[in-house]
Design a protein around this ligand. Sequence first.
Ligand code: UN1
Length: 506
Amino acid sequence: VRKKFAAALKSLDDGPAFAAGAIVSGKPETGGGELVRMPAETGRALGALKEADADEIDRALDAATKFQPEWDQLGGSKRAEHLRAMGDVLEANAAQLIALMSREAGKTLPDGIAEVREAVDFCRYYAQQAEQDFAAPVRLPGPTGETNHLSLHGRGVFCCISPWNFPLAIFTGQIAAALAAGNTVVAKPAEQTGLTAFEAVRLFHKAGLPGDALHLLPGRGETVGAALTGDLRVSGVCFTGGTSTARMINRTLAGRDGPIIPLIAETGGLNGLFVDTTALREQVIDDIIISAFGSAGQRCSALRIAFVPNATADHLIDGLIGAMNELALGDPALPQTDTGPVIDADARKALEAHMERMTREAKVLHQLDAGKLGEEGYGFGPALVELSSLDQISEETFGPVLHILRYDPDNVAVLASALKAKGYGLTLGIHSRLESFHNAVKTACPVGNTYVNRSMIGAVVGVQPFGGEGLSGTGPKAGGPHYLHRFATERVVSVNITAQGGDPEL
Ligand code: UN1
């Protein structure tokens, strides 16, 4: 991949500027629009992205509505073939997509590789689920004299709203799930990563996905997002992003004068790691660095607060600072880079404001200099902050800031409950060799994904279904066996067979 990546990057940089916009019924609508800047080098524009307008939104919704029954009747097995073709085309174009994400989203090379892998995995996993659960009606046990069959169907048009931090994996995962279940899709990618989404949709259509099954409507939440979620032609919403945006969508859906429709939301986290004195120091440090600073901390799964035992805290903090100093901050396109930029000016501003508050109210133990990346792009130095109380933080900080709190592991249940009481429930880390300690933490702070003696990020599709509870989301888990069902409606047909000569299956 590395060699191909270098070539793809070169052709992206030397080629004509990218022009992207809506894709309605398979037809790209480009021309004009806002310049898309690169987070690692803000002086350079990658291309231009034109926001979907009211007419494009209207035409997409009409076409998606009209085509949905046909897509549903195609059945799970045939739809699975389309999903597999989507996965294959992403795999075949991996290098180009990784190059694009490196430029548009500031993704490092390992993150880009993992991102394509995850997107492909979603396509293949949901294909398998579609074949298994959506292919044929299931006969239910019941009284003689009648047959009862349960079948799963798409709900209609699903609106998929995806985040910039996984511009390909989550974008594709939402769409693949909605399509697998028999829905047609209108997708609104994050405004920061519209070009990656545009490329992906063009590839999907090239791979044979009907143009009317999937429409791309790029733009802002206040405009395109609001228009879509408020439209009665939309029969379900799948959203990944901030908790406050999910609440806003919920209010919009509640205000619609029409059918009641589901919201599947995957939102933020205030994720903690509890360490005790039996934990292996080197492994703890390694896993903390990956979980807190990997992807520049821009994952909802990322570690935000590490609880370290009083007895070993100084030693652990020393090790952490040493390991932070080894992090290579820089151009995400360079293979040696560990940490790239944060996504945009607003993200960096929010992190800076948080650090100002921490300087006043807590204690900043260490922060790397963002150097050239900070001057040329939205570089932000990974930081280590010591809290004196859990009260000092109650919301997610989306970036490479790790908070640390000294504690007495004998009282772990009290602190773990206090963390749970903040309302989130996404990921949780435990580092200890004692099962009694694992159980105490898990019981006091139940969350969607608990990781013991390992890092807290990088859930694998089908192996570690991912998603949280409370302020962290609605469930069910993406990449898990129940996810597609939430995108579907169930229908039962009951037939009196005495009237037609007996049970056809006997
Ligand atoms: C997100 O950051 O929006 O396990 C969720 C992980 C990823 C997280 C994705 N699946 O790190």
